[in-house]
Design a protein around this ligand. Structure first.
Ligand SMILES: [Zn+2]
Length: 449
């Protein structure tokens, strides 16, 4: 009889062994064996933990051969994952839905509500909501977050000061990467120089959205080329990676993605650019979309899909049932060797009314929305090793390899179907080898009355 999950006691010793675990193959990185994964890609393994780090990952026959009699915990075949990587979030906007709601749930109303909310984001307000979000993420087992920050002439200083302060405050618990976000036409003048300098000072990533600040219409092609050249010149001046919001639209004419790829190639930026959303690829003629993917592969552009938010915002028309899921072409992208991550995006703001900074929830929803299953063996790559590589954090988070921090999530689930079927509210998060006791923050912290 295998003991119930809630009866398991985590060892308190600085060195111990997690026996009889199952680990999804994508998380094993270079320690992965060529064989012994089951049909769901799960590998039986023992994890040796010492001084807060993973000392060894022992698989296959070597497990029973090791005569270690020291402190251990037997998981009875349950799964262990590494802390996950949320590659695309908006911590500066999160938890503003109460004061700045979206009246009809559409993308355009979301944009207007977010613009109206911006003056309310004082230093103290941003710190309070970011800290709330980071504590939720930490309790859920997130190890690293990349957050876009609304960066406009009226708020750039305040927002970057507050977010940089949070990155320092959280550095031992969550690696926080910051990305600037504004329509790219705003970077054309001196403000562009200012933003690039702010980003460089914070060790961040230069970002933007490939639409005009003047309204929802497309940027004329000639202007787009000029704007992208300016953005890449700013990035190159400060040696910054680039992460853009691209074609977050169900309009097949939203087609800035190939322009971004060509600009990346022009500026010697192959392998340094990430594009989020790319929804319209899924509604364009097949040949056109696949030609764009070939171009992305050539420019080694990474893609981030945001399944929960895309499904929420795309194809939302009052009084009409949505007809498509809103997500980009993940399978076709992976087939070309392009790095792809699935991430959470907005949380409880005008762009998405829900969410709790929980990458396990994002994974469970991504599997369903994107059909990442049958077979499911590669799906976990999108929330661990691939986003870690894109964020240049490989070796510090997103996988389980000797020498890496013992940042783990233990689940009361052996199979992937058991894991995905339930919200995993009883998961045990381990940081530096020890169970995390902090719970998600109470909503009342954000109530002002
Ligand atoms: Zn976003």
């Amino acid at each position: 009889m295998i003991p119930a999950f809630k009866s398991l006691r985590w060892p308190e010793a600085p060195a111990y062994v997690i026996r009889n675990a199952r680990v999804p193959l994508p998380f094993l990185g270079s320690s992965a064996p060529p064989v012994s994964a089951d049909a769901e890609g799960l590998v039986p393994a023992d994890l040796h933990v010492a001084e807060g780090k993973i000392a060894a990952v022992v698989m296959g026959a070597a497990r029973s051969a090791d005569g270690n009699q020291g402190p251990s915990i037997d998981l009875g075949g349950r799964q262990v994952w590494p802390g996950l990587v949320d590659l695309h979030t908006h911590l500066d906007k999160a938890h503003t839905i109460g004061r700045s709601p979206n009246p009809d749930g559409t993308f355009n109303s979301a944009r207007l509500a977010a613009t109206a909310d911006r003056p309310l984001r004082s230093h103290a307000d941003i710190v309070r909501r970011m800290d709330f979000g980071l504590r939720a993420a930490y309790a859920h087992g997130v190890a690293a977050i990349r957050s876009h920050l609304d960066t406009y002439p009226d708020n750039a200083e305040t927002t970057w000061a507050a977010a940089s302060e949070m990155a320092v405050r959280w550095t031992d618990r969550i690696t926080l990467q910051l990305v600037s976000l504004c329509p790219i036409d705003l970077l054309q003048d001196a403000f562009g120089d200012h933003v690039a300098a702010l980003v460089a000072a914070a060790g961040g990533v230069l970002g933007g959205v490939t639409r005009s600040s003047l309204g929802p219409g497309p940027i004329p092609e000639a202007d787009l080329t000029v704007m992208l050249d300016r953005l890449f010149a700013l990035a190159a001046r400060h040696d910054l990676d680039v992460d853009l919001h691209v074609d977050e639209s169900g309009d097949p004419n939203a087609n800035t993605l190939p322009h971004v790829a060509r600009a990346a190639l022009r500026h010697g930026y192959a392998g340094r650019v990430t594009c989020g959303h790319c929804c319209s690829l899924a509604v364009q003629p097949e040949a056109q979309a696949l030609a764009t993917l070939d171009l992305l592969a050539e420019a080694r552009i990474s893609i981030v899909t945001l399944p929960t938010v895309n499904m929420y915002l795309q194809d939302r028309v009052a009084g009409r049932t949505p007809r498509w899921r809103g997500v980009t072409l993940v399978r076709e992208t992976r087939q070309r060797g392009i790095l792809v991550a699935a991430a959470g995006d907005n949380c409880r703001d005008s762009f998405y009314a829900y969410g709790d900074h929980d990458m396990v929830d994002t994974f469970r929803q991504a599997v369903r929305i994107l059909h990442l299953d049958h077979p499911i063996s590669e799906a976990t790559a999108l929330v661990g090793p691939l986003p870690a590589r894109i964020a240049r954090l490989a070796g510090t988070c997103g996988s389980l390899e000797p020498g890496m921090p013992a940042r783990l999530i233990a689940f009361n689930a052996r199979s992937m179907d058991e894991l995905i079927a339930r919200p995993q509210s009883d998961r045990v998060v381990i940081d530096a080898g020890k169970p995390v006791t902090a719970a998600v923050p109470d909503y009342s912290e954000l109530w002002d009355d």
